[in-house]
Design a protein around this ligand. Structure first.
Ligand code: NAI
Ligand code: MG
Length: 352
């Protein structure tokens, strides 16, 4: 059973961290006897855009559909292509067209990583943020009228469907079920957003009836953001709509240290389409070309990918290797070290 993986390195440091992600997955595949077949694509990327006037060929969906997973670096090169063009022309198409309705971000304070919050020890922060990834506040329903006049108005609707809400909640409850704390927090704002958020709360209560062992609570997004910073140790699984989840899933990793280690996954849990695994960080033009980008986020994404393909032991071994490297070194400059991307990647692969 060989898993076909599409390699989409993209732009900037995406091209530098990708080889280290592959190296680490190959090491785990060798140790746990997993068949992996990599295929590299030159798109989506801003280089491709400059040659062809688009981020990807028109038949991108047909070309990628047969793969078991998409291993994605980062796209964006703002000097030559505006960011909304590079992101809407690639990543956002994948999320929608491949119905990757779960955006999953593990947030953990790991040993050896300086924490920006006071008095936090490794182990204090260990949560999973589950963001709805296809509907909610990020709809394209709306419009503008009377532009440039005093009567100008702009309208953008949020869309919450029962299917869309229930499937993300179900995923989050199932995930909480598998974790020792069995605790789920829902982000809401039903005191201010008086139609959609009470509906969201109602669906959380309905779903919770099927999971009696799980403790669940809800917080309004404003106080929830404050609590992420003040007392992150109280959270386990956190589920949120598209917009709230977007904010929390950047805030969470920021509370747990450098952006160079944070991974994420865009999942289609039914496996009707390939899922996509990508670091939280972007293409980092400011450090590109020096071989100093931290490859750990990309490597951790590789671990999540193997987990999703069914290899939990391989995932655990990869994360353990990352943790050991964070303690013993080598480290890239963002963590105060002097090692290169390649040195860190090779060290982690050899631990695996
Ligand atoms: P960024 O994440 O690329 O960089 C932010 C800061 O973090 C920079 O100072 C960078 O040097 C540092 N950094 C990021 N990753 C690092 C790593 N692995 N090791 C060490 N330091 C690291 O975000 P920025 O600068 O806002 O965006 C740059 C480009 O990336 C833009 O074109 C943006 O649209 C794109 N982008 C793409 C994403 C994606 O493909 N999913 C996500 C975020 C941004
Ligand atoms: Mg974001």
């Amino acid at each position: 059973n060989v898993h076909k993986i599409a390699v989409l390195a993209g732009d900037g440091i995406g091209k530098e961290v990708m080889p280290e992600g592959i190296r680490a997955v190959d090491a785990a595949a060798k140790r746990f006897n997993i068949g992996i077949e990599w295929t590299s694509f030159e798109w989506p990327s801003c280089d491709y855009y400059l040659k062809h006037g688009k981020m990807m060929p028109d038949d991108w969906k047909e070309q990628l559909d047969g793969y078991d997973a998409l291993f994605f670096g980062a796209v964006g090169w703002p000097d030559t292509v505006p960011d909304h063009v590079s992101l809407w022309g690639s990543l956002l198409k994948f999320r929608r067209q491949f119905d990757q309705y779960i955006n999953l971000r593990p947030v953990r304070l790991l040993p050896g990583v300086p924490c920006p919050l006071a008095n936090k020890q490794p182990g204090d922060i260990d949560m999973m943020i589950v963001r709805e990834n296809t509907e909610g506040e990020y709809s394209s329903v709306g419009g503008r009228m009377f532009e440039g006049t005093d009567r100008e108005f702009v309208l953008q609707e949020a869309i919450f469907t029962r299917t869309g809400v229930d499937r993300v909640l179900k995923f989050a409850f199932e995930l909480a079920q598998k974790r020792p704390k069995k605790h789920l927090t829902s982000a809401t704002k039903s005191n201010g957003i008086s139609i959609s958020m009470p509906y969201w709360d109602e669906r959380v209560d309905a779903m919770s009836a099927g999971y009696p062992e799980i403790r669940h609570d809800k917080y309004h997004i404003d106080i929830l953001a404050a609590r992420f910073v003040l007392s992150p140790e109280r959270f386990d699984v956190v589920v949120a709509s598209n917009l709230f989840g977007d904010i929390l899933s950047d805030l969470g990793p920021a509370c747990a240290g450098t952006i160079g280690i944070a991974p994420s996954a865009n999942l289609n849990p039914e496996r009707s389409f390939p899922s996509l695994f990508e670091p939280v960080h972007g293409s980092a033009p400011d450090i590109y070309g020096q071989n100093i980008a931290n490859p750990i986020a990309m490597i951790w994404c590789g671990a999540m990918m193997l987990d999703f393909l069914g290899y939990t032991e391989a995932h655990d071994a990869m994360v353990a290797a990352v943790e050991r490297c964070l303690v013993d070194g080598p480290r890239t400059p963002d963590l105060g070290g002097t090692a290169s991307t390649t040195e860190v990647g090779m060290a982690i692969a050899s631990i695996i």
